[in-house]
Design a protein around this ligand. Structure first.
Ligand code: IPT
Length: 978
């Protein structure tokens, strides 16, 4: 703040200037107690969550008299704690990815600085003395008063702080007050890609617990070694009754026969630390993380991280997540074969880590640090390299490690995310190494890995990952650092950007991770879409609250939709992460145990035989618990048709994270192809050989003769229509107008799809629009009638000489057959979105679609790994994948046949099926789900091929094998009455 005299004073304008100074201080806090572990203690504690009195001011420049106990807050609103005030009608959320929403001018912040004042009255139970006020999280700067006495302030939004309340507590009524500023000098350290959500968003307690414990439990060859540090008022000992460990003194070591903790076998031992003034309960997991010869090991065995990046998010509550939703996250991860989580990009609510210990997930715990927006000013002034911010960065690392040090699930500490490089990283790393040598350090932002123990990249393309796997990466300039990094295991802390439709390329990454021991796996970006519940848009993203600077729907890039239903990307990931593999041979199946630590004894195996998608036999398989060859039963059966064998591995008994019968893995093998259909009788289209006469058609004449099903018939030319077997063509244009009595438009060649996020951000969409693929013109050049109907057309966008020659060859043999030859005209360079036909029919006639092919979910060339051959049914509504930002979706692949609205469409041999109640143009124009309003037509897309999906929204595009290049192609379809 500046005075008008030209002389800069920080506190020149009002007597509350000291607040301004603190807001812009580099110091992380004042009046705080030393950080300590989140512990379960029997010491009395008072839950101070609930409804607090609340007032929002637009600036920080307001009197702080509200902190006085006698202040009259009767005019204030009520606000739940924990929560974010801007999700409760006070202001609005804002989203930016990399950009700061304030000028980059550390440590200063704008005068417009939403400031929330909080008051909470509580009664102290009788006989209560002393205690600490503990805030688990407040964003971004919080000052606290008790009964009018300032206790201090703190920054580090996603980290706890404790103040000594004792001296100021009174018997009976007490008044707690807090002032939270949205912007502060600490904002520069919290530029994570997420909504800006201020407020006291985690729990507040008054606790009389004061002790700190650091348990160290390692594992080697069946033996566990245990010791602990205690920081308490007076002596204390540790006991683990189940292991016969009793009254262990701090600093002494004991060993015992134990079962190790792993994410697959999350074995925990109850421990009790008995101190003079309190008893603490912990759960100890014995495990050792090490690095040998560039391989990441857990308990001496190579570890493959099948991970996701998890932000805390709930569509109504933001980052103020409940225990139930944290638990749901862990259960969903376990059920989808995820074994690891990176807490991007801050330490989560402490309960989440308890759930990881208990249910089994490997965790990279990341410090609350990101300064990404400095990248937009060439990293000038980056706090990571500014000594004035050193204390704040060290403070964050200390509070992360101290709070979370007792979790066996945490195997790696991460210094932060996207914070550039600088000397403060060394300060953080040196301290963490000293305090906890048992866990390797991670930080992706410094490619030299000068301060880390694992080599990490984000969004590296497959080829680069493979080079690293082979230890053939590009060298660093500094030979010493290069040699050091070359000895490190590698992980992708982010990959496979799950934004919208996709991600593609998962299987190819997994294949590399499994092939090269140096590759310790990776973490898909990201777990959940951060779409905020919105009355008009259903789910809001950046810009929906009128933010002047925002990053649109980049915040909606998760494997779960905002309501936590799995997107196709998560279903695919489950398949790719399967811990059991199946290789089919002649009469046998080879079952491969892909677990890192366990055998297969917790699974049962079922073989299912299906003919045309209908189950004809089911058998139990006896699979050796170590995996290996398993003889298949006699799978012959009388009925014809396409026969498939599916082998499923399911949980044999209930697990804490899923019920018995939960499918863990599956494989499929084709047993016999379908017999070719008898199609030798072709009914000639032409009667009397007359070609179609031009100029005969009027609208009133539409509506030709219906034929009884199965009756052989010759074609008939009347009223400007050529009819055959209940199907009619416009005699002039050659377009199909009726299909077994159903009025239709099309099929016509179509090359466009509503762009996916990957198409848009990766640039393909722009190229397709420039080419005009969304506005193709059709010109019929020739209509020939003989024993069939041949229509030759040129399909091309305006303003270019590129086009496609489409030759539709129609014949009738009781069913209507289409052979469509497509030939590119001109030099097509870019991949095209799709190749197929689009047609529409009256929507009211169709509700359910049944198909035999891949399903039940959508599949594109490089996605849909979880789709299996079967017979599936879904309503048109259910066939839509509800991406928050509407885009191409719902394509069912390798469809042999589909029935809808009394019509059966068959591929010869297969086709891609998409059915919608809106056109591609409408889908492409929609910005939120509610923009899509069902029309009265059903739009049917019958495709030969699609462009792959890739992950170009952030990361590599489609692998070359999945590019759809314009080339000669033939689509063969057949239409019958269902
Ligand atoms: C990367 C970020 O680490 C992550 O927070 C998220 O923003 C992701 O991108 C995109 O959704 S950083 C990017 C510049 C590679």
């Amino acid at each position: 703040m500046s005075s008008t005299t030209g002389e800069t004073v920080t506190n020149g304008l009002d007597p509350l200037g000291s607040i301004e100074m603190d807001l812009e201080t580099f110091t992380p806090g004042s009046g705080r107690l030393e950080p300590r572990a989140a512990l379960r203690s029997d010491a009395p504690a008072l839950d101070l969550n609930g409804t607090w009195r609340f007032r929002l001011s637009p600036t920080a420049n307001v009197p702080d008299d509200f902190a006085r106990p006698g202040y009259d807050d009767s005019g204030w609103a009520g606000l739940p704690v924990p929560s974010h005030w801007n999700l409760h009608g006070h202001g609005a959320p804002a989203y930016t990815n990399v950009s700061y929403p304030i000028p980059v001018d550390p440590p200063h912040v704008p005068d417009d600085n939403p400031t929330g004042d909080y008051r909470r009255v509580f009664d102290l139970p009788e006989g209560w003395t002393g205690g600490r006020l503990r805030f688990e999280g407040a964003e971004s700067f919080a000052r606290v008063w008790l009964n009018g006495h300032e206790l201090g302030f703190s920054t580090g939004s996603r980290l706890p702080v404790e103040y000594d309340a004792g001296p100021h507590l009174r018997p009976g009524r007490n008044v707690l007050a807090a002032r939270v500023h949205q912007w502060s000098a600490a904002t520069y350290l919290e530029d994570q890609d997420m909504w800006w959500l201020p407020g006291i968003f985690r729990d507040v307690t008054l606790t009389r617990s004061t002790a700190d414990v650091f348990v160290r439990a390692s594992y080697h060859d069946g033996r566990g070694t245990l010791s602990f540090e205690l920081n308490a008022a007076g002596p204390g000992t540790l006991s683990v009754p189940e292991l016969g460990i009793d009254a262990l003194e701090p600093g002494t070591e004991v060993t015992a026969d134990v079962e190790p903790w792993t994410a697959e076998t999350p074995r925990l031992y109850d421990a009790v630390v008995t101190c003079q003034e309190e008893t603490l309960r912990l759960r100890v997991g014995f495990r050792t993380i090490s690095i040998e010869d560039g391989v990441l090991l857990a308990n001496g065995r190579p570890l493959l991280l099948k991970g996701v990046n998890r932000h805390e998010f709930h569509p109504e509550r933001g980052r103020a997540v409940t225990y139930e939703s944290m638990r749901e996250d862990v259960l969903l991860m376990k059920r989808h074969n995820v074994n690891a989580v990176r807490t991007s990009h801050y330490p989560p609510h402490p309960d989440f880590l308890d759930l990881c210990d208990e249910l089994g997930l490997w965790v990279i715990d990341e410090c609350d640090l990101e300064t990404h927006g400095f990248g937009q000013v060439a990293w000038r002034g980056n706090p990571t390299d500014d000594p004035r911010y050193a204390d704040a960065l060290l403070d964050r690392m200390r509070r992360t490690v101290e709070r979370d040090k007792n979790h066996p699930s945490i195997i790696i500490w991460s210094l932060g995310n996207e914070a550039g490089v600088g000397r403060n990283l060394a300060v953080m790393a040196d301290w963490a190494r000293e305090r906890d040598p048992s866990r390797p350090l991670h930080y992706e932002g410094d490619r030299s890995c000068a301060h880390t123990d694992v080599y990490s990249l984000m969004y590296a393309p497959h080829a680069e990952v493979e080079a690293i796997g082979r230890r053939e990466e590009e060298p660093l300039d500094d030979p010493g650092l290069d040699a050091r990094r070359r000895r490190m295991p590698f992980l992708l802390c982010e990959y496979a950007h799950a934004m919208g439709n996709g991600p593609g390329g998962l299987a190819e990454y997994q294949e590399l991770f499994e092939r090269y021991p140096r590759l310790a796996g990776g973490f898909v970006w990201e777990w959940i879409d951060h779409g905020l519940a919105h009355p008009e848009h259903k789910y809001a993203y950046g810009g929906d609250y009128g933010e002047p600077v925002h990053d649109s729907n980049f915040v909606v890039d998760g494997l779960l939709f905002p309501d936590r239903t799995p997107s196709p990307g998560l279903i695919d990931l489950k398949k790719v992460f399967e811990p059991v593999g199946f290789e089919f041979g002649d009469g046998v199946v080879q079952v491969v145990n892909g677990y890192d630590f366990t055998d297969l004894s917790h699974l049962r195996f079922v073989a299912i035989v299906q003919v045309e998608g209908e189950t004809v036999a089911e058998h139990r398989l006896d699979v050796p618990t170590a995996g290996g060859e398993c003889k298949l039963p006699d799978l012959d059966g009388g009925r014809g048709g396409e026969r498939w064998l599916t082998v499923r591995a399911e949980l044999a008994a209930d697990q804490p994270w899923a019920a018995a019968g939960h499918e863990v893995a599956w494989g499929q093998a084709l047993l016999t192809h379908a017999l070719p259909r008898d199609r030798d009788v072709t009914v000639p289209f032409a009667c009397g050989g007359g070609g179609p006469a031009a100029g005969e058609l009027t609208a009133g004449e539409l509506g030709g003769a219906e034929l009884v099903a199965g009756e052989p018939a010759g074609g008939e030319l009347a009223g400007g229509e050529l009819t055959v077997g209940g199907c009619a063509f416009d005699a002039v244009t050659g377009w199909l107008v009726r299909l077994f009595g159903v009025p239709v438009e099309g099929p016509r060649l179509d090359l466009w799809r509503a762009p996916t996020d990957n198409d848009r951000y990766g640039g393909l969409d722009g190229r397709w629009r420039a080419l005009g693929l969304h506005r193709l013109t059709h010109r019929v050049d020739e209509v020939t009638l003989d024993d069939g109907l041949t229509v030759r057309a040129r399909v091309a966008p305006a303003a270019t000489d590129l086009g496609m020659v489409a030759t539709y060859r129609w014949t009738f043999d009781g069913g209507l057959r289409l052979v469509l030859d497509i030939e590119p005209d001109g030099e097509w360079r870019d991949p095209i979105p799709r190749l197929g036909v689009t047609m529409s029919l009256p929507g009211a006639a169709v509700d359910e679609v049944t198909w035999f092919g891949l399903g039940p979910g959508e599949a594109y060339p490089d996605t849909g790994l979880a789709a299996r051959v079967g017979r599936w049914s879904a309503t048109v509504e259910q066939m839509q994948t509800p991406y928050v930002y509407p885009q191409e979706n719902g394509h069912r692949a390798e469809v042999r046949w589909a029935e809808l609205g009394g019509i059966r469409v068959s591929g010869e041999p297969t086709f891609g099926l998409t059915a919608r109640r809106w056109s591609t143009g409408e889908l492409a124009a929609a910005r939120h789900r509610p923009d899509l309003v069902p029309g009265d037509r059903l739009h049917l897309h019958l495709d030969l091929a699609h462009q792959g999906i890739g992950t170009a929204s952030c990361g590599p595009g489609t692998l070359p094998a999945y590019d759809l290049l314009a080339r000669r192609a033939t689509l063969r379809l057949r239409f019958d009455r269902a």
